[in-house]
Design a binder for this molecule. Structure first.
Ligand code: MTE
Length: 334
């Protein structure tokens, strides 16, 4: 399976930058060994996680090509991007329930209790219900999707997620015609999340999408990355991934999904409405009030001194999502 994605030809990547596949496959091999007890004793939790990853999260290579980060119309030469190393993806995070420093979630999120877990589905649906994690995992085929992710703060990554389109879950609960928006509410348990209650944001963390955005096949309900279950700092056990929007739209550790007629509140919009709009589509032409959004720094590429890349409209997914915003003023609806 190829881990390369093709993007617009305005980057300067060299083939030599591509992550050797052995690194990736080595990780899977390790998982298998751990599951079989080969990697040593005293790893009960790990083994359990690994077994879980093997049984429920086995990615289906080949399914992802049409949905991964490949813009469908690419003219001229095609270049390749490397997948961001696992260590970068899981050590530089935003998860304010565990602290505001990028290294805090990796350090603190071990206290998050991910079992048992369920998502409450409520609001304007024919079938409101509470779905437990095991049933959620079985709801549809898990696919691996390699998505480019762009944080509003100016850094980006390329992440091999595992999950399925959120639309699968939405179809199952049968939204009413009056449902125009979907809101996502994260876990907010002060006992296991030490920074819930801090003044920086209102809690629980909350995000929202318009119904057509939520139904778009790119919008992913994710349970894993790099073929493993999500580590806690990445939003275990289930999170949203919306690759054409700034990272903060991708709510982590979701416990409730609510269907509404009115545009729902979102945590960042409530905290600073002039800085964080409801749409938050990646847009190099609309600056954040305090900084430019024209370029980004790719994690794993030489730190702060690395050459910045140009940020792409809709994070490079323009051909797949631009029609959702036809006729809308993207400066006004930022
Ligand atoms: N979800 C919750 N519950 N709490 C958060 O603080 N941070 C958001 C988003 N989801 C956040 C959250 C922000 S600002 C970003 S950039 C992404 O998660 C970061 O995801 P990552 O750490 O997997 O890269």
């Amino acid at each position: 399976m190829s881990h390369l994605i093709k993007i617009r030809p305005d980057h300067d990547d060299l083939p030599s930058e591509i992550t050797p596949q052995g690194v990736y496959h080595g990780r899977r091999e390790l998982l298998k060994n751990v599951a079989q007890g080969v990697a040593g004793l005293g790893l009960a939790q790990w083994a359990q996680r690994a077994a879980f990853a093997q049984s429920e999260l086995t990615p289906r290579p080949g399914k992802l090509a049409s949905l991964s980060a490949v813009p469908s119309k690419v003219s001229g030469a095609q270049v390749m991007e490397k997948i961001t190393p696992y260590e970068d993806i899981t050590s530089y995070n935003n998860f304010y329930e565990f602290g505001t420093d990028k290294s805090d979630p990796a350090r603190n999120a071990h206290t998050l209790k991910t079992q048992p877990w369920s998502i409450e589905i409520e609001g304007l649906v024919k079938k409101p219900q509470r779905i437990n994690l095991e049933d959620l995992l079985k709801l549809s085929t898990q696919e691996e999707r390699i998505y480019r992710m762009r944080c509003v703060e100016g850094w980006s990554m390329v992440i091999p997620w595992v999950g399925y389109s959120l639309s699968e879950l939405i179809k199952k609960v049968e939204p009413l015609g009056s449902a125009k928006y979907v809101s996502f509410i994260s876990q907010a348990d002060p006992k296991t999340m030490p920074f819930v209650g801090s003044a920086i944001l209102g809690w629980p963390y909350q995000e929202g999408l318009r119904m057509d955005e939520a139904m778009h096949p790119l919008t992913l309900l994710s349970f894993g990355l790099y073929g493993e279950v999500l580590p806690n700092q990445s939003g275990a056990p289930v999170r949203l991934v919306v690759p054409w929007k700034y990272g903060f739209k991708s709510a982590k550790s979701i416990v409730k999904i609510k269907f509404t007629e009115k545009q729902p509140d979102t945590a960042w919009n409530k905290a600073a409405a002039n800085e964080y709009g409801f749409y938050s589509n990646v847009n190099p032409n609309v600056d954040h009030p305090r900084w430019s959004q024209a370029t980004e720094r790719r994690l794993g590429e030489g730190g702060l001194l690395a050459k910045r890349r140009k940020t792409l409209l809709f994070n490079g997914y323009e051909s797949q999502v631009a029609q959702l915003y036809a006729g809308m003023d993207l400066k006004q609806n930022f």
